[in-house]
Design a protein around this ligand. Structure first.
Ligand SMILES: NC(=O)c1ccc[n+]([C@@H]2O[C@H](COP(=O)([O-])OP(=O)(O)OC[C@H]3O[C@@H](n4cnc5c(N)ncnc54)[C@H](O)[C@@H]3O)[C@@H](O)[C@H]2O)c1
Length: 257
């Protein structure tokens, strides 16, 4: 029970990584608030956890909306008295996000709004609540693309994830002595609906797989286990990191056949 007595919010909870993380956190004793734009799907995640003996509630939230995020944190602390873990995980990856010359401004704004502003707002409202709780763990989902470039461009997505790394470091440094840790979780390609468009195209799929030394995608539980470690006191001396869970992608110059 590595999160016994802790209260955790997970955004993007109805998606692949979010749902698996809600389940992992609840299994380890946390009360989980599953938050997503798709409120009904978040409710289903909370119900599944309840049915398997865990403790969870759900909230409909738009991470791009300050009032919505502020309400999420306020209601969580009101109901549970504390906030220990904030997993800012909601993100989007639209097909229209491409090379810098092709990507429409509206796509850029939409992606940066969800992936970066959403993380900013999650941290902005979680930090005061964590200070009140005597400390906490912020986990912000970035990506391996935040640390390396790809020939198949996704300019807005990559830029937004780079911003998540930089923001997370700043927060980590500023609040370390207040007992708040902040880490950027950087998954490699993971088997979730987010990648469905890319994976449906055999050529794009092959281009992704060829760069992964392990020769496969991550499963959501493998990313959730990393989030669990960062959420728990087992990572008590870890802050400001880019925590790569990427099957070796960033270690490789070339991959074996
Ligand atoms: N799947 C991958 O290969 C991969 C790799 C690296 C990083 N990531 C990142 O991991 C995170 C989770 O991705 P996933 O693969 O589970 O995707 P997913 O599409 O399965 O889930 C994303 C969730 O975010 C929610 N969401 C979108 N916009 C929102 C908003 N404005 N407010 C609240 N919720 C919103 C969606 O409803 C969805 O449930 C994302 O930040 C993504 O960028 C994914």
């Amino acid at each position: 029970m590595r999160l016994q007595g802790k209260t955790a919010i997970v955004t993007g909870a109805a998606g692949g990584i979010g749902r698996a993380s809600c389940q992992a956190f609840a299994r380890e004793g946390a009360h989980v608030v599953a938050a997503d734009l798709r409120g009904e799907d978040a409710t289903r995640v909370a119900q599944e956890i309840g049915e398997s003996g865990g403790s969870a509630g759900a909230a409909e939230v738009d991470v791009t909306n300050a009032d919505s995020v502020a309400r999420l944190v306020r209601e969580t602390t009101k109901e549970h008295g504390r906030l220990d873990v904030m997993f800012n995980n909601a993100g989007i990856f639209p097909d229209a996000d491409g090379s810098v010359t092709d990507t429409d401004e509206s796509v850029w704004e939409q992606v940066v709004n969800v992936n970066l502003r959403g993380v900013f707002l999650g941290c902005k409202y979680a930090v005061p609540a964590m200070i009140e709780s005597g400390g906490g763990s912020l986990i912000n989902t970035a990506s391996f693309v935040a640390v390396m470039g790809a020939a198949t461009s996704q300019s807005a997505y990559t830029a937004s994830k780079g911003g998540v790394l930089a923001l997370t470091r700043e927060i980590a440094v500023e609040y370390a002595r207040a007992g708040i840790r902040a880490n950027a979780l950087c998954p490699g390609p993971t088997n979730t609906p987010l990648l469905a468009g890319l994976l449906a195209d055999p050529q794009r799929r092959a281009r992704r797989i060829v760069h992964i030394p392990m020769g496969r995608l991550a499963e959501v539980e493998e990313i959730a286990n990393a989030a669990l470690f960062l959420a728990s006191d087992e990572s008590s001396f870890i802050t400001g990191t880019q925590f790569l869970v990427d099957g070796g992608i960033t270690a490789a110059y070339v991959t074996p056949e």
